[in-house]
Design a protein around this ligand. Structure first.
Ligand code: TMP
Length: 208
């Protein structure tokens, strides 16, 4: 039987460069013969992507924070059962652009939901399942938002105000401190090549 693959999640605010860096790390791993599945949340499965469309749709009226949280976990349940766990069991590595930490931070620190309620839902859905590593891309809010604006069209979350994103940044840093053995905090304001080099150093201990 294949050795179980590694599960790495990537977190951070908006415009921190996660997507580009995930692609670079995937290329590096594939060059070493590792099979890599790159995915994202909310999304990653047909049902999850349909839920994502609802979550990011600016044309819909604002939804209740509980609804938002449960849609995130609905998409996540599908993602874990249908894509992430099967891939890990086949020995593939899974790189996910966001995972459950995003719900604790966006719906908790961002929207103000009670952390105990999020923990309860998390325990019910995930039953302790968690990434092997979580890479947090940290960057000053203004810098990330400038990148988002330069990309053009914004989604429902990207329309939020500066204060919301400050809460997101601090929420992620607190979570990284709380789960320090799982998190690696990367200064994403540096040159792209330096950030990539840090990611490669992070996975090296797992390579034969
Ligand atoms: P993305 O911009 O990284 O693709 O993610 C879409 C948005 O969804 C982003 O603004 C963060 C938000 N989000 C949550 O609010 N809670 C979650 O659990 C996840 C996975 C994402």
């Amino acid at each position: 039987m294949a050795e179980r693959g590694r599960f790495i999640s990537f977190e951070g605010g908006e415009g921190v460069g996660k997507t580009t860096q995930i692609g670079r790390l995937a290329d590096f791993l594939r060059q070493r013969g590792i099979e890599v599945v790159v995915t994202r949340e909310p999304g990653g499965t047909p049902v999850g992507e349909a839920i994502r469309d609802v979550l990011l749709d600016k044309a819909l009226p604002a939804m209740h924070a509980d609804t938002e949280l449960m849609l995130m976990y609905g998409a996540r349940a599908e993602h874990v059962h249908k894509l992430i766990r099967p891939a890990l069991e086949r020995g593939q590595w899974v790189l996910s652009d966001r995972f459950a930490d995003a719900s604790h931070v966006y719906q908790g620190a961002g929207r103000g939901l009670d952390p105990a309620r999020i923990d309860a839902l998390d325990a019910w859905v995930l039953q302790g399942f968690a990434p092997d590593r979580t890479i947090l891309f940290d960057m000053p809010v203004a810098q990330g938002m400038a990148r988002v604006r330069s990309r053009g069209d914004t989604d429902r979350f990207e329309e939020e105000k500066q204060a919301f994103f400050e809460r997101i940044r601090q929420g992620y840093l607190r979570r990284a401190a709380q789960f320090a053995e799982r998190f690696v905090v990367v200064d994403a304001a540096r040159e792209m090549d330096e950030v990539t080099a840090t990611l490669i150093e992070t996975v090296k201990p797992w390579l034969n």
